[in-house]
Design a protein around this ligand. Structure first.
Ligand code: FES
Ligand SMILES: [Fe+2]
Length: 452
C-alpha cells in the first residue's frame, strides 16, 4: 500500500464479496454493489459524546429535522390505535384516524402543555383527551371539546387544531419528521429503498421478538458498536472459526446509507488453524449433518436453513442465495436505524437518547421474520425490557448464542464511555476502511448541525 493512497489497503485473502460471488448463487446485484471512497482520517472528538452542549445541538438541529422510525404499521392496526415516541426531550403522539390515515402530533396539550399520552406507551382511544383539564381532540387532531368553553372566547377551533408532525411509511415501518419543511422520506432512504425493493421488502415481515435495553453510553457510541466488524477479533473471539471479520466489505452508498457484509460459515482471516469443512459446520452448531465431498460448510448450512426456515414460515426460499440465508448484512439508515435483510439474521436496531443525559441510550432490538406475501397484519408482540445487568441470553424467545454476542457488544460500552471522559487524547482514531461508516455517520451529523 502506498502511504499516499489511504483507505485502499484491504485484508489479504478473499473478501466477503469474493466469497459470496464464489458461492455459485445468483445474488441480487445490490448485495455485491461496491461504493467506497476515503473520507479522511482525523480523530473524532470525545466531546461529541459527552458534552451536554453538543447533545443540545443534536436535540435542536438533528433530531427534530430527520426522519426516524417510530413503530411498525401493525402497531396501529385499527382506528384509534395510538403510541408515543420519545427521543431526548421530544415526544410525538402517533395515531390512526377514523379515516385510517396515520397522523402524528407533538405530544403536548394546547392548554397548558401536559403530554396528551404518557411517554413510550400505546393504547386505543376514541378521542385524544388531556388528562389534566380534559381538553379533547378528534383522532384527526381537530379541537373537539374545551370544558367551560365560555371562559376561552380567545380559543378558536382553527388555531387550536393539534399541530402536525410529518408521517410517512416504508417497508412496513412508520417514520416521523418533526420539521414541517422536511424533504420526503424517499430522499433520506435513497439507495436503501432501491436495494430493498422486491425480495427484501420488509413489509413482508413481522416482528417475532422485540427487546429493549438501556445502554450506559451516548447514542452514537452505542450505534457505532454495531457499524464495524473490526471488534469481532477481540470482543467475539468465539466466532473466529466460523465468521468473517477483517475481510468484511464496507460500503458508503449515500450520506444517509451505509452497509457492511460479513460472511458466516467461513473463518476469520485471523483464524489460522487448519480445519475441515465438516469441522466448520460442527462449530456452527449444525448438528448431525455431513458435508458431502466438494461442498462447503457454508452451502450445507444454508441449505439446511432454507428447508427449516422455509417450513417454519411458509415462504419459498429456493432462490435465496447462501449469503442471504446466512450472512450478517447490515444497512445503516442515518441517524439511528440498522436493517438486516438476511433471512436467518433478520434484525432491526434503533438507538436513541433517553431524556437529556448524553450518557443514556435506549436500544431497541427487533427480529423481523419473513411471512408469505399478503399475510394479514396482526399486532406485534410488546417490547420486552432487558434490565441493565440482565443477559440477553435470558430474555424469553432469544437465541442464547446470539444473546451472548449482544452481551459482549453492550458490555464494552460503559467502559468506553468512562474512557472518553478519562482520556488524555482528544478523540477516537478510526480505521480508514473498516470504520469508514462511523466517519460517514459523524460527517452527516455535522451536515445537520451546520444547517441554520
Ligand atoms: S393542560 Fe391539557 S387540558 Fe389543561
Ligand atoms: Fe459485535
Amino acid at each position: 500500500m502506498a502511504l499516499d493512497d489511504p483507505g485502499h489497503a484491504r485484508c489479504p485473502g478473499p473478501a466477503a464479496r469474493d466469497i459470496i460471488l464464489a458461492d455459485g448463487w445468483h445474488v441480487p446485484d445490490a448485495l455485491v454493489a461496491e461504493s467506497y471512497a476515503f473520507l479522511g482520517d482525523e480523530d473524532i472528538g470525545y466531546d461529541r459524546y459527552v458534552s451536554p452542549a453538543f447533545f443540545e445541538r443534536e436535540m435542536t438541529h438533528l433530531w427534530p429535522r430527520t426522519w426516524q422510525w417510530v413503530c411498525r404499521e401493525e402497531n396501529l392496526l385499527e382506528a384509534g390505535d395510538w403510541l408515543t415516541y420519545d427521543v431526548g426531550r421530544h415526544s410525538v403522539l402517533i395515531v390512526r384516524g377514523d379515516d385510517m390515515a396515520i397522523r402524528a402530533f407533538p405530544n403536548a396539550c394546547l392548554h397548558r402543555g401536559t403530554q396528551l399520552k404518557r411517554s413510550n406507551e400505546s393504547g386505543a382511544a376514541t378521542e385524544l383527551r388531556c388528562p389534566f383539564h380534559g381538553w379533547s381532540w378528534t383522532l384527526e387532531g381537530g379541537l373537539k371539546n374545551v370544558p367551560c368553553r365560555w371562559d376561552f372566547p380567545h380559543v378558536t377551533d382553527e388555531a387550536y387544531a393539534l399541530p402536525r408532525v410529518k408521517v410517512e411509511t416504508w417497508g412496513g415501518f412508520v417514520f416521523v419528521n418533526m420539521d414541517p419543511a422536511a424533504a420526503p422520506l424517499a430522499d433520506q432512504l435513497g439507495p436503501l429503498a432501491e436495494h430493498f425493493r422486491g425480495r427484501w421488502d420488509l413489509a413482508n415481515r413481522r416482528v417475532s421478538l422485540h427487546l429493549q435495553k438501556e445502554l450506559p453510553t451516548n447514542w452514537k457510541a452505542a450505534q457505532e458498536a454495531f457499524l464495524e466488524a473490526y471488534h469481532v477479533y477481540e470482543t467475539h473471539a468465539q466466532g473466529l472459526a466460523t465468521a468473517g471479520d477483517a475481510n468484511a466489505n464496507y460500503d458508503i452508498f449515500s450520506d444517509h446509507v451505509t452497509r457492511f457484509v460479513h460472511t458466516i460459515g467461513t473463518p476469520s482471516p485471523h483464524y489460522t488453524q487448519a480445519q475441515t469443512q465438516q469441522e466448520i459446520l460442527d462449530k456452527m452448531r449444525v448438528d448431525g449433518v455431513l458435508v458431502p465431498e466438494g461442498r462447503t460448510a457454508r452451502s450445507v448450512a444454508a441449505e439446511k436453513l432454507r428447508a427449516q426456515i422455509g417450513a417454519e414460515t411458509g415462504v419459498d426460499l429456493a432462490d435465496y442465495s447462501d449469503s442471504e440465508m446466512l450472512d450478517s448484512i447490515e444497512y445503516h439508515l442515518f441517524p439511528n436505524m440498522c436493517l438486516f435483510p438476511g433471512v436467518s439474521l433478520p434484525m432491526i436496531y434503533r438507538f436513541r437518547p433517553i431524556g437529556m443525559d448524553p450518557g443514556r441510550t435506549l436500544f431497541d432490538l427487533m427480529f423481523l421474520k419473513l411471512v408469505p406475501e399478503g399475510t394479514p397484519m396482526d399486532y406485534p408482540p410488546d417490547p420486552i425490557p432487558v434490565a441493565a445487568e440482565q443477559s440477553y441470553a435470558d430474555a424469553p424467545g432469544m437465541n442464547p448464542g446470539l444473546g451472548a454476542v449482544y452481551d459482549q457488544d453492550t458490555d464494552n460500552l460503559a467502559m468506553q464511555y468512562r474512557g472518553f471522559q478519562a482520556s488524555a487524547k482528544r478523540g477516537q482514531t478510526l480505521g480508514n476502511y473498516q470504520e469508514a461508516r462511523i466517519r460517514r455517520f459523524h460527517q452527516t451529523i455535522d451536515d445537520y448541525l451546520g444547517r441554520p
